[in-house]
Design a protein. Structure first.
Length: 240
């Protein structure tokens, strides 16, 4: 990711509608599946960025990020331990975590999907869970994707296949950012060179967009899958 993108993320992620929706969606799945590993033990945020989600994961959480600048921001923001390292080669013992979350990391050009998922599985205790969020639909690739070095976008069925090929049992998948999806498509297709997406909107727009994604997070937290959207969320469990 370009260094200035980390600075933008650090500045807005606790207020911007999209991050608020992302954090709520991930936390909702951790709570819902806590009996499968979830919040009962240590939680790893693999690719924690500047720490907004890590801050909300609780006192048993640990962060990891490839970029030293992100790790510094994350330590300061969350007060949690943050390790500089790669998701392709996690510096943690086997079975060290009850749950792992990873938001928009597998899509990065420097990440080997198969190797990374194998590492996440290795670091999970038996019956531990992984919660993944990833950008949806290859045809939506944009200037923002290029700025944050995202080379891949995913479908719900493709993500299920990827999880199962890596030794996980997929127990829930859903798209989200569904209500605002038509606006996203219009912007991406009509303004393909529109620059990065990490910025605050005018306050009334932020409030409206935030209400939309938080409503969706409550829906998917009840186990109701949404049929399309700008992101895809998946939960997998390590059997054995």
């Amino acid at each position: 990711m370009e260094p200035d993108e980390y600075e933008k993320m650090h500045a807005v992620e606790e207020r911007m509608w999209w991050y608020r929706g992302l954090h709520a969606a991930v936390l909702g799945q951790l709570t819902r599946h806590s009996d499968a590993g979830g919040t009962a033990g240590r939680v790893l945020d693999a690719g924690c960025g500047t720490g907004g989600l890590l801050k909300r994961l609780g006192p048993k959480s640990v962060g990891l990020d490839y970029a030293a600048i992100a790790a510094r921001y994350a330590r300061s923001k969350s007060g949690r331990p943050v390790v500089v390292g790669s998701i392709n080669d996690l510096p943690f013992a086997a079975g060290a975590f009850a749950a792992v979350v990873s938001a928009d990391v597998l899509a990065h050009r420097s990440v080997d999907e198969t190797r990374a998922l194998g590492e996440l599985r290795r670091c999970l205790a038996p019956s531990g869970i992984v919660v993944l969020n990833l950008p949806a639909y290859g045809w939506l690739k944009s200037d923002h994707d290029r700025r944050v070095h995202q080379d891949r976008r995913y479908t719900r069925s493709g993500l299920v296949r990827l999880l199962e090929a890596s030794g996980f049992r997929a127990i829930f998948t859903s798209y989200w950012n569904t209500i605002l999806f038509p606006l996203m498509v219009a912007r991406r297709l009509l303004l393909p060179g529109g620059g990065g997406d990490v910025r605050l909107m005018p306050a009334p727009v932020e409030a409206l967009f935030r209400a939309a994604v938080l409503l969706e997070s409550r829906i998917v937290a009840r186990g109701i899958a949404l049929p399309f959207g700008g992101s895809v969320l998946a939960v997998g469990v390590k059997d054995g």
